[in-house]
Design a protein around this ligand. Structure first.
Ligand code: ADP
Ligand code: MG
Length: 300
């Protein structure tokens, strides 16, 4: 495209909240035939809410909630924010709990799995089954059933393990964006195949994919794995756009032919992306590709 055409297109994009970083990004976007969508915060609203809690051990609910808050307050994951909010409302006695303390040490992020730290004298893990498996925490039948019940309802379960034992958990819902299904359908009419990639578990991921009409799912994928899936698709001749909110998907945004960061996003995401969709609305994926197709076809 000529410099003028690029300027016109990027200018037009900017007025609609679609920030295209130069001619190269615009050029690449018109060839895209596959779009990989991150789930959390991209296809879903990204404001998960806890809908239930459960205890699996002798622990008091207040202590359980205090522990969960102490850990999750350190995490930027949207699930962590949901857990903190729910646990705060759940606590009946707001006095500090004995034994728990509030001193949090050695906070660690396990990408695609959860977080861990010590709270007072206790070792605590908060995350999914994979985190429990990696840390040799047993998941028994009761816990498995909690997962089964919730995952078929497209909910994600979060477990809290204290000193190597599952103490309890939370079930989280994160509704799909209202425009998601229509956008996937419209992309199909543009001959663009939509794929979902997520760190979340297979059953929750499949339930969400069904809601938005996506047939191809990669679940239980860590951030580097997301980039690998993109590279696999490219090796099979696909021209791939990755759409993500940046939480855990910056490597994939970089690996894609066109990286699209959605929403206010994180600084890393905005840096990693070729196109930034500032309104968080999935329709802008279409706007970006349309703009690119129109600009490029006008030239050739
Ligand atoms: P997604 O690809 O859906 O954005 P992530 O890779 O960010 O998912 O996270 C994958 C999974 O890891 C989550 O679905 C959740 O089960 C678990 N997880 C990650 N961080 C946390 C956290 N801070 N608290 C609880 N669970 C977490
Ligand atoms: Mg995400």
């Amino acid at each position: 495209a000529t410099p003028t055409a690029v300027m016109v297109a990027t200018g037009k994009g900017a007025t609609q909240g679609v920030l295209i970083k130069g001619g190269n990004a615009l050029e690449k976007a018109h060839k895209v035939n596959t779009i990989v969508f991150d789930k959390t915060g991209t296809l879903t609203v990204g404001k998960p809410e806890v809908v239930s809690d459960v205890l699996f051990s002798e622990i008091e609910m207040d202590e359980f909630c205090n522990i969960a808050i102490a850990v999750e307050a350190n995490s930027e994951h949207p699930i962590a924010k949901a857990v903190v909010e729910h646990a705060k409302n759940k606590i009946t006695n707001r006095e500090p709990q004995t034994g728990t303390g509030s001193v949090v040490k050695d906070f660690t992020v396990h990408p695609g799995a959860g977080v861990g730290c010590t709270v007072g004298d206790k070792t605590v893990l908060v995350g999914n089954k994979k985190l429990m498996r990696l840390s040799n925490v047993a998941v028994d039948v009761k816990v498995e059933n909690y997962f089964l019940e919730n995952e078929k309802l497209a909910r994600t379960c979060v477990l809290v393990a204290v000193d190597g034992k599952v103490a309890g958990g939370f079930a989280v819902t994160d509704p799909v964006k209202p425009e998601a299904a229509q956008v996937v359908g419209y992309l199909r009419s543009m001959n663009i195949n939509s794929i979902m990639v997520t760190g979340d578990n297979w059953s929750t991921a499949t339930a969400i994919a069904k809601e938005v009409g996506i047939e191809h799912v990669f679940a239980e994928i860590d951030p580097l794995g997301k980039a690998d899936r993109i590279k696999d698709l490219q090796a099979r001749g696909k021209i791939v756009a990755m759409v993500g909110d940046g939480i855990n998907d910056s490597p994939a945004l970089v690996a894609a032919n066109v990286g699209m960061a959605i929403g206010a996003g994180t600084d890393v995401a905005i840096e990693a992306a070729d196109i930034v969709l500032i309104k968080s609305n999935l329709e802008d994926v279409i706007t970006a590709i349309d703009l690119s197709r129109k600009t490029i076809s006008r030239i050739h």
